[in-house]
Design a protein around this ligand. Structure first.
Ligand code: KG4
Ligand code: ZN
Length: 367
């Protein structure tokens, strides 16, 4: 059976609503936007306290908690947006990538609601959601840009022509940047999730105490590698058994964070220069990092780059970004079918975008 409508639709009504659901990892989230794109509700129920004792996300526990909370989270989103099921014209849900069991919950909940309401089902790639967040706080951000998606599972650089048209420029060859933060926090016995803890601790530390390795690759490489960094920290702790003092931990956090930030900033600017664009967006959980935000803001101002980083609430996983990407699909009339399945390793095929136009923008030298 097919969804009720297909083909581009008139999506201008401010009275009609789109409900979005996100459950790809350890946040159960629902959001409501109107069909002009105004955000009316953004509810996130975090599972941090469930996974913290294990030092990381336990997939089976995540899926079970999604089952328990999704209904309440959706109802809170509808209440907050002051709307009822009858106002919902379409339902967007994350199809992948993410944890298989966790994805199943949101997709099937969304599918059931869309079927019951007989409204279109919009299947959103989680990365398209993160990308769409670049335009949420900045609707006039140029469509032609470089986007760095930097989260717990991804460190990917894209050339984009809008939130759903992109070409991959480079990616991590091993750990994602968020994963590098989380693994360091585990080694330093700081708990989970690691990124925010290291961010906080680093504010009291000195970033120059230790020179952690920066894997920058060849001069033109846009790929990343963070596994050596984690190993360097592991060896340092092994060789310095007295590392566990508040002062040294803060210094280690600051030095480690600085190495990650250095690499992310260097490669993002490299991509902007190589692609000849003048706009850069940095999205995903790690874009909440205060040092990364400060460094990027300074570099963007020095080099005359238009920079977009989502408001903090839209950096880590949320359903508002899924709503924004879903609205694009709604406007294009790209609807999911009732037999759609979630996909833990869902990929995003490259669009045919203009190929690299090197150095059409002149930046002052960067590494
Ligand atoms: O986008 P996200 O919520 O989920 C994924 O799609 O992976 O990103 C989660 C990641 C985690 O690795 C977390 O440690 C990291 O984002 N993160 C941070 C900060 N806040 C979250 N990393 C560094 N600094 C932060 N302030
Ligand atoms: Zn994410």
């Amino acid at each position: 059976m097919h969804p009720p409508v297909s083909g581009p639709v008139n999506a201008s009504s401010a009275e009609s609503r789109l409900l979005a659901i996100e459950s790809s990892c350890d946040e159960t989230a629902a959001a409501v936007i109107d069909l002009t794109g105004t955000l009316l509700a953004n509810i996130v129920s975090s599972q941090v306290e469930i996974h913290a004792p294990y030092g990381g996300v336990v997939p089976e526990l995540a899926a079970r908690r999604h089952v328990e909370t999704i209904d309440g989270v959706v109802r809170r989103a509808l209440d907050t947006a002051s709307c009822t099921w009858q106002d919902i014209r379409a339902i967007a849900t994350t199809q992948g990538p993410g944890l298989a069991g966790a994805l199943l919950v949101g997709l099937n909940y969304g599918k059931a609601c869309a079927y019951a309401l007989q409204v279109p089902l919009l299947l959103v790639n989680h990365l398209h959601g993160h990308m769409a967040s670049a335009w949420m706080g900045a609707p006039d951000f140029p469509k032609d840009a470089v986007v760095l998606v930097v989260s717990g599972g991804h460190t990917h650089l894209y050339r984009v022509a809008g939130p759903t048209r992109h070409r991959l420029l480079g990616r991590t060859l091993d750990d994602a940047a968020g994963e590098a933060f989380d693994k360091a926090a585990k080694l330093l016995e700081l708990g989970y999730p690691g990124g925010p803890m290291i961010d906080q601790l680093a504010k009291q530390g000195r970033p120059t105490t230790l020179r952690f390795p920066r894997s920058l690759g060849r001069r033109d490489s846009l790929d990343f590698s963070f596994s050596g960094l984690k190993t360097a920290l592991l060896y340092y702790l092994r060789d310095h058994p007295q590392w566990n003092t508040p002062e040294l931990i803060a210094d280690l956090a600051a030095s480690y964070q600085e190495a990650i930030v250095d690499v992310l900033v260097t490669k993002a600017l490299r991509a902007v220069r190589q692609e000849g664009v003048s706009a850069l967006a940095v999205v995903g959980g790690v874009s909440a990092n205060s040092r990364l935000r400060a460094r990027l803001a300074a570099e963007a101002s020095t080099h005359g780059i238009r920079l977009s980083m989502p408001p903090m609430a839209l950096c880590t996983d949320n359903a508002a970004m899924i709503a924004a990407a879903g609205l694009e699909a709604y406007r294009n009339g790209t609807f999911g079918t009732w037999d759609a399945e979630s996909a833990a390793d869902l990929t995003m095929p490259d669009a045919s975008l203009p190929s690299t136009t090197r150095a059409t923008v002149s930046l002052s030298p960067v590494r």
